[in-house]
Design a protein around this ligand. Sequence first.
Ligand code: PMP
Length: 292
Amino acid sequence: MSLKICINGKFYDKEKARISVFDHGLLYGDGVFEGIRSYSGLIFRLKQHIDRLYNSAKAIRLNIPINKEKMTREVISTLKKNKLTNAYIRLVVTRGVGDLGLDPRKCPHPTYFIITDRIKLYPQEFYENGLHIVTAKTKRHLPEALDPRIKSLNYLNNILAKINAIDAGVEEAIMLTHEEYVTECTGDNIFMIKNSRLITPPSELGALEGITQDAVIEIARKNKIHVSEKKIKVKDLYGADECFLTGTAAELIPVVKIDNRKIGTGNPGPITEFLTLEFHKLTKKDGVRYRI
Ligand code: PMP
């Protein structure tokens, strides 16, 4: 059976799901999106993802044509239609069809679509042995230019940093501010552990407010692990006891080498392992349930 895609509330076979070449999502990256995951029929923190989508849209003055409740129902019907219980969900809202100019007022009907697919995971060895990452040459764009809390379709800044990672033969790259503070990686937030304390950079510097990041902070606090959101530099990461990345697709993934320097023992550390186990427990209970 061909995958069914929901576009503006209607289902299309994957091969027939089409967006206009005049859609400003394509022409200008003018739109917002979410990446969400379901685990055995439980959509992890769906409410938080839907809230972030609507906040991103509001920040770019994009009116999503349906309300949050309807959007939630449509995500669930798309999963059901495709009989998926363990899925990756991509929810996209674009400015819609306009003319060739930038003017968003010329786009009267925003487009939304929902893709649900089987999740593609990082290879298991990355979780067991840890990732090698590098510092990207490409700097994070200024938060004053594009608020990092907006999960927009404009990912070129991240893609250029991802190309830096690919050129270095690794999967991920750390993006720094102009003042050389660590913000996040191209598609994941970053944490370090020093003397059993957890540190992650604040969003204001230029990082997305990650939903996985937030869950990890909650787990840590519940378990009396000290957490702070604070400015760090790459040299702080070099001296960390442990380091890991968080994201919807990656979950928690240990980092064992940065710029060819070994982090801690060079193996995934005990606090990372503990937080990973607790996170997996959370994915079994925290979200919106559906039946196919
Ligand atoms: N930072 C960026 C730039 C991202 O695109 C993502 C999502 N892939 C994240 C961080 C992680 O956010 P979340 O935990 O909400 O998936």
